[in-house]
Design a protein around this ligand. Structure first.
Ligand code: HEM
Length: 175
C-alpha cells in the first residue's frame, strides 16, 4: 500500500469553496435582506466552476476530465459491480461519481448564468423559473453525490471525505 496524492490543492480548494458557496447561495435565495450575499455566493460558485473547467484540462492526473469522465457503459458496469462481491475500485473518481460531478458543473454553470441574467434584467420571467429549477435540481444531485460518497466509502473501506481534505488515499495508483 502506498500513500498517494490523489487530489491536488486547487481541486480541494475548488471543492470546499464550491460546496460552501452553493450552500450560502441556496440558503439565502428566498430573502431580500440577504440578496447581496446570495449574489456573491453565486458569483463565487460560478468563478470556481470556470476555474475547474480549465483545471480539468491542465490540472494534475486525477483532476483531468480525460482521466475520470466515462461513458454510460462504464457507469452501468460500475453500478452493477457494487452489488457483486467484487465492487470496482478507482483511485480517482469512479464513473458514477464522475457523472454526478459533470452534472453539478453543468447545473452550477446554468444556475449561475441564469442568475446573472436575472440580475441584469436580460430575458424575462422564464429565467427566474429556470434559475430556481436548476438550483433545486442541483440540490437533488448534491444529495445523491453525498449519498454516493457515503456508500462508496463504506464499500471500499476508505475515507473519501478525509481524502478530499488531505488530498491523500492509501492504495495502489493503478487507475
Ligand atoms: C458535506 C458535503 C460534501 C461532502 C462530504 C463531499 C464530499 C466529496 C468527496 C469525498 C469527493 C471526492 C469523491 C471521490 O472520491 O471520487 C467530492 C467530489 C466533488 N464534490 Fe463534493 N462533497 C460535499 C458537498 C458538495 C457540494 C455541495 C458540491 C456542489 C455544489 C460538491 C461538488 C463536488 C464536485 C464538483 C466534486 C469533484 C471534485 C473535483 O474533481 O474537482 N460537493 N465531494
Amino acid at each position: 500500500m502506498n500513500r498517494i496524492l490523489v487530489w491536488d490543492i486547487p481541486t480541494r480548494i475548488f471543492h470546499w469553496t464550491l460546496a460552501l458557496s452553493f450552500s450560502v447561495a441556496f440558503l439565502t435565495a428566498e430573502s431580500e435582506r440577504w440578496r447581496d450575499i446570495h449574489v456573491y455566493g453565486g458569483y463565487l460558485a460560478l468563478g470556481m466552476i470556470g476555474f475547474r473547467l480549465l483545471w480539468g484540462v491542465i490540472g494534475s492526473h486525477h483532476a483531468r476530465f480525460a482521466n475520470f469522465v466515462r461513458g454510460p457503459a462504464a457507469v452501468i458496469r460500475y453500478l452493477r459491480s457494487l452489488i457483486s462481491d467484487q465492487p470496482e475500485h478507482h483511485v480517482g473518481h469512479n464513473p458514477a461519481g464522475a457523472l454526478a460531478i459533470v452534472a453539478l458543473l453543468v447545473l452550477g454553470l446554468g444556475t449561475g448564468i441564469s442568475g446573472w441574467m436575472i440580475l441584469n434584467e436580460i430575458g424575462g420571467d422564464v429565467f427566474e423559473e429556470l434559475h430556481e429549477g436548476l438550483a433545486n435540481t442541483m440540490l437533488a444531485v448534491v444529495i445523491i453525490h453525498i449519498l454516493g460518497v457515503i456508500v462508496s466509502s463504506r464499500l471500499h473501506r476508505e475515507n473519501l471525505v478525509g481524502a478530499m481534505i488531505t488530498g491523500y488515499k492509501n492504495g495502489h495508483d493503478d487507475v
